[in-house]
Ligand binder design. Structure first.
Ligand SMILES: *[C@@H]1O[C@H](CO)[C@@H](O)[C@H](O)[C@H]1NC(C)=O
Ligand SMILES: *[C@@H]1O[C@H](CO)[C@@H](O)[C@H](O)[C@H]1NC(C)=O
Ligand SMILES: *[C@@H]1O[C@H](CO)[C@@H](O)[C@H](O)[C@H]1NC(C)=O
Ligand SMILES: *[C@@H]1O[C@H](CO)[C@@H](O)[C@H](O)[C@H]1NC(C)=O
Ligand SMILES: CC(=O)N[C@H]1CO[C@H](CO)[C@@H](O)[C@@H]1O
Length: 949
């Protein structure tokens, strides 16, 4: 069961549906470390390919990895790495120690080999270290003692050998020590008892020797001590264990123990006492055990004397196993008569193979709830004894396993839908459940049915669900004993709703995977094994996405390629479907697709409420602010599904009437071009107005031209950016209906996406814009709403007070000059247009060129400079139109050597553009390979990127 894994990462799915590229500034060392870790793990299914998504940890996305700005250094850091149940092989790279803000490292249920690297000790922030269910070998590094924030150390079910390092004494935050089913040797270090918060010690099934540590009785909150199947040969049970005041479970089965049984009557909470399969001798203490005890197993020892009468007084008893000892005398009168039987409650009394000589048959309760086995005792030779008590039993334990009655299938609205079921417990209604496999690692009972109800209450309260939403499908006891089970979760009863929404499934999964369900002493530590998503949830499985025909067993090597190809194909399919959707009406398949990405509606912009905006921007925190314009502040917003957007929040003075606002939104929503930043949605709520745009990973052109830019753009890049921006503006002038004059073209309004494509922003805000601060360089015309920025403003404006399409051409000419020279439009009181014009006319043009762009072909530079200056002509009519500008830039680019083929050829771009305004951007490259643009490795794996319109 443990590796029957359908647990998923949404990696491939998310990747192929990713709409927006995130701007990543992951801490550089961590980027390198992640790459090493990834390579060393082996990733036959290509599931780790979106490691640099940059998803924030407060999102509900719980895929592979999540990042946050964890320290004050301004970088994103990896906070959680959760790669569970993904068939990973390989080993843990030592570079893992460089993820120094990591809090959760969860690699459960894989096939990882190798050792735990000592560098793990560098991750002092670690809270959960979950490596259980792998094939890790070697010994535990001493450095593990540096993990002073560790809450949960789960390395059970591996091949770890060597001793337990004494340094674990420093794990002062540790609550859960789970190291069972390894080959850990040596003695349990006394230092263990110094851990003040320890609750569970699971060290069963190892190779531990020496004495049982007596000092663990000093750990104030210890609940479970499970040390079964270790060769502590010759050790005795320390008397101090009778003082562990909150102990629920003591399990020392098959530990080679000698001596007598101490009196555990003083532990009021004790529920399970298992001392079986040892060499314990002497009498069983006669004082009464905890009234909460469910299970007493003292079988297979050398115990003598009689069965204490006090055993007859235990109301919660489920199993009393005293078989295979040397007990003599009588079975106590009234045994079992004090048990409080509810429905499903039973009691097993196993007294086989002792020397019992008497049983008072009349006092033995004949309730069908009680089973007593007396075979192998002298008493069975008496005629008076009931035959059923003395029948030979092949088993020493009764079986407690179950398959619940399967719930009946149903179909919502008469459709054929085999995955829907009626909810059993409420007045039946039809919904689609999903299944979860989980396991109780050390439960405090030996028969489950009596606690179904209690377990349901525990789980549903921990998961914040209603009782009727939860069902136990079946369960089985596994060695340990552990209790493995399959659970079903049903969607809430809402008319017309048949399924969970994605975020609810994610929420439930996250609560399990990060151990956020509160601990319950009675049910003990739990672990979750897998999630099965079928029917309507199938699309959430990466296995079922895109690569429909792919079997999991397919050749791993081939598979990487297949996944790449299918991902590209699936994104093409998405694109085609989306494009069709623009023109026709929806069909079922499109609906399904769109359901998967509700966040961005395609045909229409989305109407967000204020709370969504606040959540996405961390309450408009200054750390999320990315800009400030005339309209208001601009924030980076991150939605729960990982989508990143730019949010413009209108400040006072920018607010406008609801009708005007919606007219503007309507207009903007119809404008779509590859070289324009699209509107994703808006918010008109609680007196606030906000515009939500696509987020552009590479910021503004201005930033890249500034002296502080670390990777200056080369000439070809600049040329492409110029052409892209020109196309965007041309679209506004010629294609938009009604035509839009931008009125505020400037380098900081030309944004660069993750592939450094130019995307013009901030168009169409004419009516939204307040009077800009013109820094005294323009007269304050109150009557006209002015849009424009000093240095970019058409000089004609000062005469006519009118902005035209040629005003945009002027401003764009200034941008071209910036590209050429790297200068600001107004720098040290000098106007860029005048300066370049003068240099050009005096043949000194070369002295103006931005040296940081490296080498450039002079045959291209000359016409570029000429075009820029013609745009900046003082006379409106002498300036070219945008169409001419595009045409000329296109020509210059074509005749510029050094074009690489991966960039979309202008011709190709035109072909797409002709198909209408809903342009699609795709890469012909292997999307997992870092693009050719320097510095972009931080966003590799997020492409292809589909422009939503
Ligand atoms: C893991 O690999 C095995 C074969 O090596 C395969 O049978 C199993 O289905 C795989 N599991 C997952 C979750 O991919
Ligand atoms: C257990 O430890 C003993 C030494 O104490 C060693 O000889 C033996 O090989 C170990 N067994 C395993 C399975 O590691
Ligand atoms: C005994 O069990 C009951 C019911 O589970 C619980 O409320 C009580 O606290 C337990 N007693 C002790 C001493 O733990
Ligand atoms: C156990 O006995 C009680 C009362 O005698 C009864 O109500 C209950 O149904 C019985 N349970 C089983 C599983 O037989
Ligand atoms: C859409 C959704 O489910 N959002 C939830 C994401 O998780 C936070 C808590 O972390 C919830 O408050 C949101 O409702």
């Amino acid at each position: 069961m443990k590796k029957k894994a359908t647990f998923f990462s949404v990696a491939v799915l998310c990747w192929s549906l990713a709409l927006f590229a995130a701007a990543q500034t992951t801490y550089p060392n961590e980027v390198k470390a992640l790459e090493k870790i990834r390579k060393s793990l082996g990733d036959p299914f290509g599931k780790l390919n979106n490691w640099n998504r940059g998803d924030p940890c407060n999102s509900n996305w719980t895929g592979v990895i999540c990042y946050e700005n964890a320290s004050a250094d301004g970088y994103l850091h990896v906070l959680q790495l959760e790669l569970l149940n993904m068939n990973l092989t390989g080993s843990l790279a030592p570079e893992i120690g460089q993820l120094q803000n990591l809090t959760i490292l969860d690699f459960m249920w894989n096939k990882i080999t190798g050792t735990i690297p000592k560098e793990i000790g560098n991750i002092t922030t670690l809270k959960l270290l979950l490596l259980n269910g792998n094939d890790i070998s070697g010994s535990l590094p001493e450095e593990i003692g540096y993990l002073s924030n560790l809450n949960r150390l789960q390395i059970d079910e591996n091949n770890i050998s060597g001793p337990l390092p004494k340094s674990i004494a420093n794990l002062t935050a540790l609550k859960h020590l789970h190291m069972n089913n390894n080959s850990i040797g040596g003695e349990i270090p006394k230092e263990l008892s110094r851990l003040p918060k320890l609750v569970h010690i699971l060290l069963d099934n190892n190779n531990l020797t020496g004495e049982l540590p007596s000092d663990i009785s000093q750990i104030p909150n210890l609940r479970i001590v499970q040390l079964d199947n270790n060769p502590f040969t010759g050790s005795q049970i320390p008397r101090s264990y009778t003082n562990i005041s909150k102990l629920y479970k003591l399990s020392l089965r098959n530990c080679g123990l000698l001596g007598s049984i101490p009196d555990f009557g003083s532990i009021p909470s004790l529920m399970v006492l298992d001392l079986s399969h040892n060499n314990l001798s002497g009498e069983i203490p006669s004082s009464s055990l905890s009234t909460n005890i469910t299970t007493i197993d003292l079988s297979y020892n050398n115990l003598s004397g009689s069965i204490p009468r006090s055993f007859a007084a235990l109301p919660q008893l489920q199993r009393l196993s005293l078989n295979n000892n040397k007990l003599s005398g009588a079975v106590p009168d009234g045994i079992g008569s004090n048990v409080i039987f509810g429905p499903n409650t039973t009691l097993l009394l196993d007294f086989q193979n002792n020397n019992l000589t008497n049983v008072n048959a009349s006092t033995i309760v004949t309730s069908p709830n009680i089973t007593m086995w007396l075979g192998g005792n002298p008493v069975c030779s008496q005629n008076t004894i009931r035959a059923s008590f003395c029948g030979t039993q092949n088993r020493t334990e009764d079986t407690d396993r179950n398959t619940m009655n399967s719930v009946s299938a149903c179909s919502p609205n008469g459709s054929t839908a085999p995955y829907y079921e009626y909810i059993q417990e409420a007045d039946s209604f039809c919904v689609a459940p999903f299944e979860v496999g989980m396991r109780l690692k050390s439960p405090s009972f030996s028969r489950f049915p009596a606690y179904f109800k209690r377990f349901k209450v525990y789980m549903t309260s921990g998961l914040n669900l209603s009782l009727y939403q939860f069902a136990i499908i079946n369960y089985i006891w596994e060695p340990g004993p552990r209790l493995a089970m399959n659970l079903k979760f049903f969607p809430p009863k809402i008319p017309g709703v048949y399924t969970f929404n994605d975020s609810e499934i994610q929420r439930i999964r996250q609560l399990f995977a990060e151990w956020k369900i509160h601990d319950d002493d009675f049910f003990g530590p739990h672990e979750w094994l897998n999630i099965t998503l079928k029917g309507p949830y199938e699309r959430l499985n990466p296995e079922s996405d895109g690569g429909s025909g792919l079997s999991k067993g397919a050749l791993a090597g081939v598979l990487v390629g297949v996944i790449l190809v299918t991902a590209v194909i699936s994104s093409i399919v998405v694109v085609i479907v989306l494009k069709k959707r623009m023109k026709h009406n929806n069909t079922a398949s499109r609906k399904k697709l769109l359901e998967a990405r509700k966040r961005v509606k395609v045909s229409d912009v989305r109407d967000f409420n204020f709370d969504e905006m606040a959540l996405a921007t961390n309450d408009f925190s200054t750390s999320m602010q990315i800009g400030q314009g005339g309209y208001g502040k601009v924030y980076k917003g991150i939605f729960a599904d990982g989508t990143i957007v730019a949010i413009k929040r209108a400040q006072e003075g920018s607010l406008q009437g609801e009708k005007e606002f919606s007219t503007e939104i309507e207009l903007l929503s119809r404008v779509h071009h590859l070289n324009l930043v699209s509107l994703v949605g808006y918010c008109d709520d609680e007196g606030e107005q906000m515009l939500v745009y696509e987020y552009m990973a590479n910021g503004t052109l201005r930033e890249h031209l500034s002296a502080s830019s670390k990777k200056p753009l080369n000439f070809v890049q600049r040329l492409r950016i110029a052409l892209g921006a020109a196309r965007g503006i041309l679209y506004l002038h010629n294609e938009a209906n009604p035509p839009i004059f931008h009125r505020d073209i400037k380098a900081s309004n030309i944004l660069l996406d993750h592939k450094f494509n130019a995307r013009v922003a901030d168009f169409g805000l004419s009516k939204l814009a307040p009077l800009p601060d013109l820094e005294g360089s323009a007269p304050g015309h109150v009557s006209t709403v002015v849009k424009g920025t000093p240095g970019y403003l058409d000089p004609e404006y000062f005469l006519t007070h009118k902005l035209t399409d040629k005003s945009d051409v002027y401003s764009f000419g200034v941008v071209l000059l910036e590209l050429l020279t790297g200068m600001h439009p107004i720098q040290h009181g000098k106007n860029i247009v005048r300066e370049v014009k003068m240099a050009y006319e005096s043949g000194m043009m070369l002295s103006m060129i931005d040296q940081r762009m490296g080498s450039y072909p002079s045959e291209s530079l000359e016409p570029f400079a000429k075009l820029a200056l013609s745009c900046c002509n003082d006379e409106t009519d002498a300036r070219p139109s945008m169409a001419e500008v595009v045409h000329k830039l296109d020509k210059i680019l074509q005749f510029t050597p050094g074009l690489d083929t991966t960039f979309m050829q202008p011709g190709k771009m035109d072909a797409l553009a002709e198909k209408g305004p809903y342009i699609v951007e795709m890469t012909s490259q292997n999307p997992y390979v870092s693009s050719d643009i320097p510095g972009s490795e931080l966003v590799s794996g997020t492409i292809p990127d589909i422009t939503p319109r």
